[in-house]
Structures are given as C-alpha cells and as structure tokens.
Design a protein around this ligand. Structure first.
Ligand code: ATP
Ligand code: MG
Length: 436
C-alpha cells in the first residue's frame, strides 16, 4: 500500500465512522423528485425535433482536445480557461466536451452523413466547463441542441428559430422570453469590421478589463460580449457589425427577418450580440429571460457555414442551437404526470405469495404499486398514507379465508371488499377510473 492510500484510509475512518464522499463542486445530482421535470422537457423537445425531421445522434462525452481547439477557437474563454483537459494513459490529450456542436459535426463528417444534401441532427446530454459555480452556472450542465446541415438558405435559419419559439410556447415559457438576433457576417466582410472595431477599442483600451485588454487584439468581437461593467459602458459607441455586412450577408439577414415576421415570431435585432464561439457566421441568436439574473440566456445558436470545412469535411453550411436545461428548468412550473398509484399492505407469508401474480398484473397494466416488505398492518397503513397512493389494497389471513381483499380509498377513508377471483382486473378498473 502506498503512503497516500494509507493516509486516505486512515482519514476515512477517523472518528470511527467512514466519511461520506461529496460530489465535485459545481455538479448536481438529479433526484427522483426533480427528474419528472427533466423527462418532460426532454420528451417535449424530442417530439418537436421529430416533427421537424431531426434525428437523434449520441456522441461521446470526450473527444481529442484538438477538435474543440479547432472548432470553438483557441482564443475563446472555453478553450483557454474552461475545458476539462487531461492526458490519458496513452499520452493522448483529451477533453470533456464543453458543448455539443463540435462532436456532432465530427460524427457527421466521420459517418459520411455529410454526403447527404440536408441532415438534421439533435442531441442531449451533459457538458463540462470549469466556471465559477452559481445559480444557473454549473461545471457539469446539460444541453439539448440541434444542428441542420447542408443549406445556407435563410429560410432554414427562420425554420430553426420558429421551432425554438414553438417549443418554448409548448413549455409555457414563450411569454417570459425574448429573442434577439444579429448577423455577424462572413469571412468576406468580418475582417473589415474587426479592423474598425480594433481601431475603436484601441481608443478605450485604458477602460477595458485585463481580459479584454488581451482580447482586443486576439479576438476583438468578444470584447462586446464581456460582462464587466466598465467594458460594457465604454463600448456603447463601438462600431456595429450590421453596418459592415457585405451584400450577401446583408441580403441573407434581411430574408431571415422577413421569414420570421411571416411566421409571426417576435424578435429584436441586437447589433452587439456576437456569441462566444469562433465558428459562427451570419445569423446569431439568443433567447433570454428576465427572471434568471445574470445567467439570463436559456438558448443560443447561430449559423456556422465554415465549421464543417474547418474540421476537415466537405464545405457544408449549417445552423444550430443549444438550450441550457438547468436554466430552463428554473423557469418551468412543476407539473407531475405520475401513473395511478396503489399501495399494498400484505400481512403474512400466505397473503404475500397469493398477491404475487396480482401485483404483477396490476403493474403491467400501467399502475404504480408500492408496498412495504415488513411491519404490522398498522405500520403498513401508516406508510400507505405517507406514500400518496390513492388506494390501498389490504390482504391478510382473514381476507384470504373469506376469499376477499379490501380496497381502501385513501382520500375518502372508505373501503370495500373485492373477491379474490378477478381481483387484479377489478383493482385496475377502479384505480384507473379514479385517476381519470
Ligand atoms: P453564458 O454567456 O451564460 O456563459 P454561453 O454563451 O457560454 O453562455 P453557450 O456556449 O452558447 O453559452 O451554451 C448555450 C446555453 O447553454 C447557454 O445559453 C446556457 O443556457 C447554457 N449554459 C452554458 N454554460 C452553462 C453553465 N456553465 N451552466 C449551465 N448552463 C450553461
Ligand atoms: Mg459561458
């Protein structure tokens, strides 16, 4: 045994009791009282994606670090400061995915899907960023995202935006959210804008935070996205990309807006919105809520016409977005959709054995059945009361002898006898009818 592990085990049993290990800071368990909300959100998203022709792709949670550096960009907060990067036992540099798009595009290229004319993919799962944990900002968080690849039509941008609007509507959130859009140009027009912006930033350099002091050279657009107050106030007069778009980008943006208006989706143009990832071109968008404090963005995305190429694929334009699951759940009302619920109080071995096929049949009919495995009838009834079950089925030696079971309506505090013959069918009928 090495010194280290001896130490660990000595510490672990100090005080006679093994010390419980805590979860890593900034990550959360989702417990059974919270998971129904997760499932509901996931189910509604899957349903929407299916209607719009998106198929699910499940990609690994780790990839070679190079993939993220090349797609997200070397000079971004994510790659510079937030990734969980490690060397594996073969000396290969790997990173836990900080976002979903890079892995999805890698899979799209590697699988040959890129040969299809239009591909729509969606994904969901955990992402990892080493950020300062706070409400709505975690180190392991979850995204649900979608990518539509193969067309640069502004109609596709609008379709993706309409999808998000209708999705939020079905989640009951649309009224509290606002959509902001912008165009961040393309490699033809952005350099001209970047030059103008650099010139402006040089003039206000003394007011910028340390981070932006560096970024004004390496990644000037990101300065507009800085959350530091003095950076914000001193860049209000910065030149806007919208005034520097080339003809193609300008026409594209105007078409996106026409389509959005035709769909009746409300939006505002925010010329300062630039997004934090390098791979975006043209349309960029964010959905924000005013109820989430500083962590106000619940979904973000945009077009990335050069990304597939940049990752070694054919030249294929694309657009995508990701929803922040934890932030959305903070906004959603709790709605439970539990199955009808029966508790079973069984007293004695004989009753337990006799009820085995009955409980099985009732569960297979879609009813939740809880039971106690020990205790007197009284203590089992107490548990039945706490369980929240609408009904309690009671069977002991006396009932078996009479060929009857007792079904108690917990709310009405009223019970009836049901013959053991045909018991499962009768119970299912009553419990389901009361639940309807
Ligand atoms: P922010 O500006 O809040 O840091 P971002 O621009 O880094 O967000 P994206 O990379 O666009 O975020 O990710 C899309 C969405 O994922 C965000 O709008 C947000 O809802 C969610 N998200 C991003 N980072 C976190 C995190 N650390 N914890 C929880 N949710 C997150
Ligand atoms: Mg961030």
């Amino acid at each position: 045994m090495s010194d280290r592990s001896e130490n660990d085990s000595a510490q672990a049993v100090s005080g006679g009791r093994v010390q419980a290990i805590q979860a890593v800071r900034g990550v959360k368990d989702v417990l059974p009282d919270e998971s129904p909300a997760w499932q509901r959100l996931e189910r509604i998203c899957r349903d929407f994606f299916a209607r719009y022709g998106f198929g699910e792709v499940r990609v690994p949670v780790f990839e070679v670090t190079q993939l993220f550096a090349r797609s997200i960009g070397e000079a971004t907060d994510i790659v510079e400061k937030e990734m969980y990067t490690f060397e594996d036992r073969n000396g290969q540099m790997l990173s836990l995915r900080p976002e979903g798009t890079a892995g999805v595009i890698r899979a799209y290229i590697q699988s040959g899907l890129q040969r299809e004319s239009l591909t729509r993919l969606y994904y969901l799962g955990p992402m990892f960023r080493h950020e300062r944990p706070q409400a709505g900002r975690l180190r392991q968080f979850h995204q649900i995202g979608a990518e539509a690849l193969g067309s640069e039509s502004p109609a596709l941008d609008a379709e993706v935006l309409v999808l998000t609007a209708d999705l939020f509507d079905s989640l009951g959130l649309l009224d509290g959210l606002s959509l902001e859009i912008n165009s961040i140009g393309c490699p033809a027009c952005r350099p001209r804008y970047t030059a103008a912006l650099k010139g402006f930033l040089a003039g206000v350099a003394e007011h910028l935070c340390e981070n932006c002091g560096r970024r004004k050279e390496t990644n000037p657009l990101r300065v507009l996205d800085c959350k530091v107050e003095s950076c914000r106030t001193h860049t209000t007069a910065a030149p806007e990309i919208i005034d520097h778009l080339c003809e193609g980008c300008s026409a594209h943006f105007s078409q996106v807006r026409t389509h959005l208006s035709a769909a009746g989706v409300a939006y505002a143009v925010n010329p300062r919105m630039v997004r934090g990832l390098d791979y975006y071109t043209r349309t960029a968008f964010e959905w924000t809520s005013s109820d989430l404090g500083a962590q106000s963005t619940v979904a973000a995305g945009g077009r990335y016409d050069r990304l597939v190429e940049r990752l070694g694929g054919q030249s294929k334009p694309g657009i995508g977005f990701a929803l922040g699951v934890e932030r959305l759940l903070l906004l959603m009302d709790e709605t439970r959709e539990d199955p009808p619920h029966l508790f079973c109080a069984l007293v004695g071995d004989e009753a337990e054995v006799a009820m085995v096929p009955v409980l099985r049949q009732v569960r297979n009919a879609g009813i939740r059945v809880d039971r106690a495995f020990e205790g007197s009838l009284k203590s089992q009834m107490k548990r039945a009361g706490k369980s929240g079950a609408a009904f309690c089925l009671i069977v002991g030696g006396d009932e078996l002898a009479r060929g009857q079971a007792i079904l108690r309506d917990m709310a009405k505090r009223d019970q009836r006898e049901i013959p053991l013959a045909g018991l499962a069918d009768a119970v299912c009928e009553i419990v389901k009818a009361a639940d309807a």
